[in-house]
Design a protein around this ligand. Structure first.
Ligand code: ATP
Ligand code: MG
Length: 140
């Protein structure tokens, strides 16, 4: 598997509890390199656009409210099989189902406030990275 990139977001529940460094330590221990990183406050419009794929889901409004409730850290991660590797270290969406040692098992508060986002395919990773970063922001 070739080196690839994925988009990660450290969500407001984790930044509020000052867990950025602990999340990053888990990402790096999993073999992922943080090749771009920025702490931002998402606007309502940005959060709605980013999560547009979930527009029809019942939790969409709550998700947008949560993602704009505090700062997030957006990151581009690079590594072998980065999309799948990041999903693995993140753990299941619902922390109750997440495996031992994963970020969500250790840090997530609920199925919504689940500490991290990760792209779910290489195709979406490219779209999501471009949403937050331009080429010269990323140093691999
Ligand atoms: P992410 O896209 O954030 O990496 P994911 O791919 O594991 O997470 P998705 O199904 O894409 O999960 O859902 C996106 C986000 O919406 C979840 O991470 C979570 O914050 C929220 N979410 C998902 N399902 C629910 C639910 N049933 N109730 C409340 N919030 C939910
Ligand atoms: Mg998803």
């Amino acid at each position: 598997m070739a080196v690839e990139r994925t988009l990660s977001i450290i969500k407001p529940d984790a930044t509020r509890r000052n867990l950025t460094g602990q999340v990053n330590a888990k990402l790096e221990a999993a073999g992922l390199r943080i090749v771009a990183q920025r702490r931002i406050q998402l606007s309502q419009g940005q959060a709605e656009a980013f999560y547009a794929v979930h527009k029809e889901r019942p939790f969409y409004g709550d998700l947008v409210a949560f993602m704009t409730s505090g700062p997030v850290v957006v990151q581009a991660l690079e590594g072998e099989n980065a999309v799948a590797r990041n999903r693995e270290v993140m753990g299941a969406t619902n922390p109750a189902d997440a495996a031992e040692g994963t970020i969500r098992k250790e840090f997530a508060e609920s199925i919504e406030a689940n500490s991290v986002h990760g792209s779910d395919s290489a195709e979406n990773a490219a779209i999501e990275i471009a949403f937050f970063f331009s080429g010269c922001d990323i140093v691999g």
